[in-house]
Design a protein around this ligand. Structure first.
Ligand code: IPD
Ligand code: CA
Ligand code: CA
Ligand code: CA
Length: 262
């Protein structure tokens, strides 16, 4: 039997250490590179942080596999066994340009089922975490179970990509959604936006293209807080591929799905 509580204690220690190192990097010169396009950034700190987690996991839990955004982990093609899905810095553009609104995100899955989830907002020292069946917390304070939110009072996280025509949506319906809700926000970190859904700072989050490392930690935390995470057509997320992601409080998830997304 896997001792998840023991793993939880260990991960929290590593996250604090990684956070201290990232904070210290603010006073150093960053090495910034572009990946798939000029706006897709990666820094030495993203890579070093991913390496830090990989080294710790390989030493402490040699049987576990690692799927990391910067590609230094394993070539994960199936969900069998225990897999750590890691985004060392989610919101790299914010990290580079603003030194805020970024987070470490980790989801630990066993045979495709989320067991532990972490999102650490380093600058605000806010650690969100969840353990399957046990609930979700922010800095060890339990998150209140999410309740139904009406569309009219909802604040939704949605990025500018929805302004552009795309195959997932009827754009006129999305414009209507933006008009009907109380407000829209865009923080530029999928992980933080999911953490905000879990804690009620946002009522929903909609995005076109998230990779497993963007949502693995957040999905666990939102679900343990009583929210729902799916694709924009209401299906389960594929943990090994890119998905359009829709997370929301209960009730609101159903309402938005029915009226605006299908
Ligand atoms: C990005 C952020 C961003 C989302 C992108 C992600 P990264 O992650 O989460 O908010 O819109 O789709 O790729 O590259 O900063 O880790
Ligand atoms: Ca990236
Ligand atoms: Ca990311
Ligand atoms: Ca990243």
């Amino acid at each position: 039997m896997t001792n998840w509580t023991k793993i939880d204690e260990t991960v929290k220690k590593w996250i604090q250490e990684a956070g201290t190192n990232i904070r210290a990097s603010f006073t150093r010169l960053l090495s910034i590179q572009a990946k798939s396009n000029p706006n897709d950034l990666v820094t030495n700190v993203d890579q070093e942080t991913e390496r830090f987690f990989i080294e710790q996991i390989r030493t402490e839990f040699p049987g576990h596999r690692i799927l990391g955004e910067e590609g230094q982990g394993d070539d994960v093609q199936s969900l069998e066994g225990i897999i750590w899905i890691i985004d060392p810095i989610d919101g790299t553009m914010n990290f580079v340009h603003q030194q805020r609104n970024f987070a470490i995100s980790i989801g630990i899955y066993e045979d495709g089922v989320g067991q532990l989830g972490y999102i650490y907002d380093i600058v605000h020292d806010e650690l969100y975490h969840a353990q399957k069946g046990q609930g979700a917390w922010m800095n060890d304070v339990p998150l209140e179970k999410l309740e139904k939110v009406p569309v009219e009072t909802a604040i939704i996280g949605i990025s500018s990509t929805w302004l552009v025509n795309n195959r997932h949506f009827d754009q006129t319906k999305l414009v209507q959604l933006a008009k009907d809700v109380r407000g829209t926000r865009s923080y530029g970190s999928a992980a933080l936006e999911l953490a905000y859904v879990a804690s009620g700072r946002l009522s929903a989050y909609i995005t076109m293209r998230n990779a497993p490392w963007d949502f693995a930690g957040g999905k666990m935390i939102v679900e343990e807080a009583g929210g729902i995470v799916s694709t924009v057509s209401g299906e389960g997320l594929n943990m090994l591929s890119v998905n359009p992601v829709f997370a929301a409080a209960p009730g609101l998830h159903e309402d938005i799905l029915k009226k605006y997304l299908t």
